[in-house]
Write a protein that binds this ligand. Structure first.
Ligand code: SAM
Length: 218
């Protein structure tokens, strides 16, 4: 039986802190959330390795460092309503659930959404709501959101998500071409919307009405 708590601490101490992750709340959430529960049994021994891992349906759980940096960039204080696009395994949503008031997470693949929801229930997260559908449309009935996180690579920030972001809100998203992107930080205020680029990254594509077309899904 592996000592997963020890592996989690090692992940934080060796992969996150040396690369500049400083937000103590983010670091302690990553020490706490059992990442191995969010991967299939045969993959658990690799759950705390410094890489993305397959989660089935040709999708991935992001590398721990990428989860940490995206979460840190959201500047969560604890009282936010957050929208995540791309539930995948549910791991990122669980980290968000630790650090904010409530999390709405949308996944287009029904099987992944169902598995993630089962994990939220098993781990006792009552502030995370899993929805199946096209996340590029957002969730107008629950808007505005204080923070929006897109965890799939997009050609641009979907317009509905900018509309559904609250004033003072932040969107973090990988934006670029289909096989490589850069993290984009979008801030909305009464004066308008500003954009700032951050680190390069590689995510599976965001497929949907305001993302990449479905027929190019590989
Ligand atoms: N956040 C996830 C985690 O913690 O495991 C990793 C996300 S994975 C890199 C990207 C996910 O986005 C995939 O599960 C994919 O099916 C999903 N996705 C792609 N396009 C989507 C869309 N339009 N709406 C919702 N989910 C989408």
């Amino acid at each position: 039986m592996e000592d997963f708590k020890k592996l989690r601490d090692l992940m934080v101490d060796a992969q996150l802190i040396p690369r500049g992750i400083k937000d103590e709340r983010v670091l302690s959430a990553m020490r706490k959330v059992p990442r191995h529960i969010f991967v299939d049994d045969y993959m658990q021994h690799n759950a705390y390795a410094d890489m993305a891992l397959p989660i089935g349906d040709e999708q991935t759980i992001s590398q721990p460092y990428m989860v940490a940096i995206m979460t840190e960039l959201l500047e969560l204080k604890g009282n936010e309503k957050v929208l995540e696009i791309g539930t995948g395994s549910g791991y990122q949503a669980a980290i968000l659930g630790e650090l904010s008031r409530e999390v709405f997470t949308i996944e287009r693949k029904a099987l992944l959404a169902k598995k993630a929801e089962e994990r939220f229930q098993a781990l006792g997260y009552i502030n995370i709501y899993a929805i199946t559908g096209d996340g590029t449309l957002g969730l107008p009935e629950k808007s505005p959101f204080d923070r929006i996180l897109i965890t799939a690579g997009s050609p641009k920030i979907p317009e509905p998500l900018i509309e559904q972001l609250a004033d003072g809100g932040i969107i973090i998203a990988p934006v670029g071409i289909r096989f490589s992107q850069q993290l984009l930080i979008v801030r909305k205020s009464k004066e308008g919307v500003s954009e700032q680029t951050h680190v390069p990254c590689v995510f599976v594509p965001l497929i949907g009405k305001h993302g990449w077309p479905e027929d190019e899904d590989s």
